[in-house]
Write a protein that binds this ligand. Structure first.
Ligand code: AMP
Length: 142
């Protein structure tokens, strides 16, 4: 058995957190190192590492919570908008191996960028053939 992650320990009540929403299957709490006031993490209580590992009903519960929380958080901190994201896997920057959705309140002129800013350094994505990529994705789904 691997060590429980920090998020499992929050679910178990071993580590304190500023909990803002809880259901039988989902927990939401403030990020300990917030990118903005109100930065919230939404997790399934069950310790699934990535979105692909999470049963569909449970990921639906997570996204239902994200949907309900986003306007509540915006109103609570008087934000103008929200960036919602998942670092889904270590190469994408996932540090805690327990699925979590970041809800980051955004403010006019906050100096942050859009999701496109994660690739500001540029990639060779433009040189790939979009038709081939689309066909491969369609194949994978079959
Ligand atoms: P990620 O890089 O997507 O895995 O994000 C992990 C997030 O968990 C980071 O934003 C951390 O600030 C946050 N975090 C780590 N430990 C805690 C904790 N004990 N309570 C709340 N948030 C935490």
């Amino acid at each position: 058995m691997s060590e429980p992650t920090i998020f499992e320990r929050i679910v178990d009540g071993e580590i304190p957190a500023e909990i803002v929403h809880e259901t039988d299957t989902v927990l939401a709490f403030l990020d300990a190192n917030p990118l903005a006031p109100g930065h919230t993490l939404v997790i399934p209580k069950a310790p699934h590492k990535r979105l692909r590992d999470t049963p569909p009903e449970l990921s639906a519960d997570v996204f239902d919570a994200v949907r309900a929380l986003t306007p509540a958080i915006e109103n609570a901190v008087d934000a103008d908008a929200t960036t919602i994201g998942i670092n889904d896997g270590p190469a994408a920057g996932q540090e805690v191996p327990h699925l979590h959705v970041h809800i980051v309140p955004r403010f006019e002129g906050d100096g942050g960028g859009p999701i496109h800013a994660i690739m500001d350094a540029g990639t060779d994505a433009d040189s790939a053939d979009p038709g081939e990529i689309a066909a491969s994705i369609v194949d994978e789904l079959e």
